[in-house]
Write a protein that binds this ligand. Structure first.
Ligand SMILES: NC(=O)C1=CN([C@@H]2O[C@H](COP(=O)(O)OP(=O)(O)OC[C@H]3O[C@@H](n4cnc5c(N)ncnc54)[C@H](OP(=O)(O)O)[C@@H]3O)[C@@H](O)[C@H]2O)C=CC1
Ligand SMILES: CC(=O)[C@@H](O)[C@H](O)COP(=O)(O)O
Ligand SMILES: [Mn+2]
Length: 384
């Protein structure tokens, strides 16, 4: 049985990971689970999966959980120190990073320093600190196996033959606003943005899909995971989300990975790798399916090109872009700002920033904090 821990077990990726654990019984065993505030779901998960440790980011939620799990002997911790404790718990082979946002960075680094493998869903960590994260993994020979569907596809197509690959293409669904006019986008609300055509995901990534910032984050994620230059990473709109991404090799052959749009497939692969376990989930039948591909519209979805620019400039700029985006997405979700404000605000914060080298955690965390405070200040000024 492979011992695993899940950071963010109550979310979309977290609950689907637990479903994989359920369906592959006797293959995986849970050592630690973490969540933000949802102590009620955490209580049910803890009773079902019997981890040694559960962690709530929120102190009050941890207090509630201590009361409700008093009969179990399960240890309960809280805060970022708790998340780090869960990430380094002895005997865990793989830590599934399923928290949303840059908050995953310190626990991921802590796990890598202990040589633990990472099943990485939490793309914001690689965007904010790709160089540091990849260097830390290399120092301890820890593996980072992608969970993100596009990156899992690339990882599977490469199959260890990175040096034979010429370029990669990430597919993008185009989100709920594909083919919307500028006028329609001006009226776009969080409620409409939360209706992703193909995937049921957490709120933050669903908004990122609607703006195509998700694809921008994924371009930077792919750069760090696989070592392709930004010129070698392309994006195509594929509204069916069946071809999850593809690799063109030096001999002009293209290998693509396909499957039903169900995250339990790449989650299971990240946990079974290098094996392939039998899947309990729906299988793709291509008969009668039409698969289409087109270039993204950069005028309507400027985040994608902007992410390329930030990625190429590098240093602390992607961390700033990511932090500003996190703050703005949360403001959009609360209807404090409008659709086009998202891009204008993130771009403004990035333009104010003087990029530095991003090889030290302290520099990245300071920059991240500055970008969050500056974004919030701009939002407050705007809605005064
Ligand atoms: N959902 C998907 O299909 C995909 C997601 N991803 C990536 O995976 C990551 C997780 O996404 P998703 O599962 O959708 O997100 P969700 O919002 O559904 O879940 C986030 C999880 O993190 C916890 N959490 C939230 N805030 C904090 C915090 N401040 N500190 C600690 N824990 C916190 C939540 O706890 P609580 O429930 O208590 O709030 C929850 O367990 C993201 O980086 C996303 O980009 C990548 C590909 C696909
Ligand atoms: C399931 C997954 O990996 C998401 O990142 C998904 O790709 C989002 O869809 P978009 O292609 O619309 O960003
Ligand atoms: Mn993805």
């Amino acid at each position: 049985m492979k011992p695993i821990s899940i950071l963010g077990s109550t979310g979309s990726i977290g609950t689907q990971t637990l479903d994989v654990v359920r369906k592959t019984k006797d293959s995986l065993h849970i050592k630690a689970l973490t969540a933000g505030t949802n102590f009620r779901l955490m209580e049910r998960q803890a009773r079902e999966f019997q981890p040694e440790l559960v962690v709530m980011m929120d102190e009050n939620a941890a207090r509630q959980l201590k009361i409700s799990l008093a009969d179990t002997g399960i240890k309960i911790s809280w805060g970022i120190e708790g998340l780090i404790e869960a990430a380094v718990i002895p005997e865990t082979d793989t830590v599934v990073t399923a928290v949303s946002g840059r908050i995953g960075l310190e626990p991921t680094l802590a796990a890598l320093k202990q040589g633990k493998n990472i099943a990485l869903a939490n793309k914001e960590t690689l965007v904010a600190a790709g160089e540091l994260v990849m260097r830390t993994a290399a120092e301890t020979n820890a593996e980072i196996i992608p969970v993100d569907s596009e990156h899992s596809a690339i990882f599977q197509c490469l199959n260890g033959k990175r040096e034979e690959a010429a370029n990669i293409t990430l597919t993008a669904s185009g989100g709920p606003f594909l083919n919307w006019t500028r006028e329609e986008l001006r009226q776009a609300t969080a409620e409409k943005a939360l209706k992703h055509p193909n995937w049921k995901m957490g709120a933050k990534i669903t908004i990122d899909s609607a703006t195509m910032m998700n694809k921008g984050l994924e371009v930077i994620e792919a750069h760090w995971l696989f070592g392709f230059s930004y010129e070698e990473i392309k994006v195509l709109i594929h509204p069916q989300s069946i071809v999850h991404s593809f690799v063109e090799f030096n001999d002009a052959s293209i290998l693509a990975q396909m499957g039903e749009p169900d995250m339990r497939h790449p989650i299971q692969y990240a946990l079974s790798y290098p094996q392939r376990w039998t899947s309990a989930y729906s299988r793709l039948n291509l008969a009668g399916k039409t698969l289409t591909f087109s270039e993204p519209d950069h005028k309507m979805f400027p985040f994608l090109e902007f992410a390329y620019t930030c990625g190429k400039k590098g240093g602390t700029l992607p961390a700033v872009m990511n932090a500003a985006n996190e703050v703005c997405v949360h403001a959009f979700l609360k209807n404090r700002i409008k659709y086009f404000d998202l891009f204008n605000l993130v771009e403004k914060v990035c333009l104010e920033h003087q990029a530095q080298k991003a090889d030290q955690l302290a520099v990245i965390l300071d920059t991240d904090l500055w970008a969050r405070e500056r974004s919030e200040e701009l939002i407050c000024n705007m809605i005064k």
